[in-house]
Design a protein around this ligand. Sequence first.
Ligand code: UDP
Length: 398
Amino acid sequence: MNSRLFTLFCIIVSVSSNISEEYCTKDEKSCSEDHNKYSREANDRSVKIKKYVDLAVDQYVPCKSEHCSCHASVIDQDLAPFKDGITKELFDRAQVKATKYQIIDGKLYREKECHFPARCAGVEHYLTALAAKMPDLEIVVNTRDWPQINQAWGHPKAPVFSFSKTKDYYDIMYPAWSFWEGGPAISLYPTGIGRWDKHRISISEAAEKWPWEKKENKAFFRGSRTSEERDALILLSRSDPDLVDAQYTKNQAWKSDMDTLHAPPAAEVPFEDHCKYKYLFNYRGVAASFRFKHLFLCKSLVFHVGDQWLEFFYPSLKPWVHYIPINPRATENEIKELISFFKENDDLANEIANRGFQHIWDHLTDKDVKCYWRKLLKKYSKLVKYDVVKDVDLKLIS
Ligand code: UDP
């Protein structure tokens, strides 16, 4: 038996012995109601979850903090389709899809028009800081919510930089503008969510005010209906408000209560106040939602629904090690069972919550974001097969 099989065998044996303790081991008739409080189905589920956690933790190799190495494989994967080189033809194909940037002689230039000025500013914050040490290069940066080059739909390959994508896309992920500025503007953040460096401090301070023992034993979500996948949790909150507090807020597209699933929109809640709750839910929106990283800072247990939509740092986070994965098609009942499991296994929930926090705290600093941009640009420019010539139509940014 190899060591991994042996570990699995040990886990199954140890978990099985826990079950037999939960079930009555004496004469069946003498068992009290209490002894049989869990159904066999619930126990099977509980065994499975513990097994998933044990296996995932057993196989997990924490990454080193040096030079954003935690995220390095994402750059390699995203650039792999371009390993034979980026030709001018490929670049021109990308250029019509988004905003062209150049770095020439250490200075940053951009097309005159930018569709979302605050988003471009969020990108430029990092590019201007790096420009002086970069070779001459040009890239195409997409600041829309959704990626552009879908292999599954037969789009020809092109190197477009986007903040989020699924595996179906050729887009190359870059750190979203909202690490600095230009994120969604809601009433609490009227100029748009940004300044991740400041949120790291304010949310982790809020986590200190709400240590695990003080947090409410409830699942929490606030956000708009940017994806119907969120409905099951909202409905569960309506049927079981002691277990879940999940409500829809307005977004710019809101017209009537229909857009908040036939209920009046709820008031928005700042990230810091999310820390009052033990279980926090993350969902995709149009693409990945910016909230994922913020949730970990509360030292609450993060439930992450769906695994398709990515940002550059998602692959470094491991299911069951740092967060609880949920199928986007999970029913209200399935969600309820999963939350209930972690209510009953409070130490385990706290352990995973702490690991999630530590991972984001250690490996998603503003320095990591800059470092990722630097590595990405350097590796990208090594693949470029043509001479980058200064485009006189671009305007100087830095
Ligand atoms: N948000 C928030 N408090 C709220 C509602 C939303 O902080 O009460 C944040 C949320 O975390 C996300 C952004 O506002 O980063 C936009 O959220 P929404 O659900 O509207 O859209 P998403 O981007 O998640 O699809």
